[in-house]
Design a protein around this ligand. Structure first.
Ligand SMILES: [Zn+2]
Length: 93
């Protein structure tokens, strides 16, 4: 897991977002600072994330920029940043 992950709710760095026991069987970790579930978007449908991005929820953007992609997917990440910028631009018009 990427050590640069953080809790989308409070921004506190977190080493592991979840523990995978078997394929499809994961347990979400809790934040060490606020004690909330660290990143609930891991289990959500992508459309929930897109709706929260359109609604400009800060935790959705933190999930997208810090927790969704590893550093090996930089090219895809740049494309997704462009998509996020487009969503923000459409939301502001
Ligand atoms: Zn937290």
């Amino acid at each position: 897991m990427d050590p640069n992950n953080l809790d989308p709710n409070c921004g506190f760095p977190i080493k592991t977002l979840y523990i995978q026991y078997s394929p499809g069987n994961i347990r979400l970790m809790r934040c060490g600072k606020c004690k909330a579930v660290a990143d609930e978007y891991i289990e959500c449908e992508l459309m929930i994330l897109v709706i929260d991005l359109i609604l400009h929820k800060p935790k959705a953007f933190r999930h997208l920029f810090y927790n969704m992609f590893s550093k090996e997917t930089v090219n895809f990440e740049v494309q997704f940043h462009s998509l996020t910028f487009a969503i923000v631009k459409l939301g502001s018009t």
